[in-house]
Design a protein around this ligand. Sequence first.
Ligand code: S3P
Length: 166
Amino acid sequence: MSGPLVVLVGPMGVGKSTVGQLLADRLGVSYRDTDDDIVAEQGRTIAEIFVDEGESAFRAIEKAAVHRALAEHDGILALGGGAILDAGTRALLAGQRVAYLSMDVEEAVKRTGLNAARPLLAVNPRKQWRELMEARRHLYEEVATAVIATDGRTPEEVTEAALDAL
Ligand code: S3P
């Protein structure tokens, strides 16, 4: 199987970066995050891209970054929370080892709070979270080869669960 050793998907704030880094350390491979790729390539934050150009322009930039990273990276790769909205990306994930880090809405509200750096949660976080989860849960499940619940677990516990499940 070519491509990343493990791809991490799941909602923003679920801990993909922290767990991804821990997994990479445990497995002795490198960690890469497509949000970081986008910020480096664009020279602006994700929030700035949303404000300057809107969500659909961001999704096009994201799609290119995700497809590039899937082709180039052989370690642990974390995707932005909305990357699975793209059908072409979901098709590319078929045949990959994909861990979906999940959390329920209340955990999501608790973890992300009123973080204005996340453009999709700027107005009413609980309502927006509920809608995001309803729209996306089945897409995460569609691409996942393992589902790891993170509610009430530390990043170290989630990492152990992922290592067991993968
Ligand atoms: C988004 C998730 C973010 C980032 C952008 C949009 C989403 O990534 O790509 O704010 O649509 O869920 P993280 O999941 O890494 O926070």
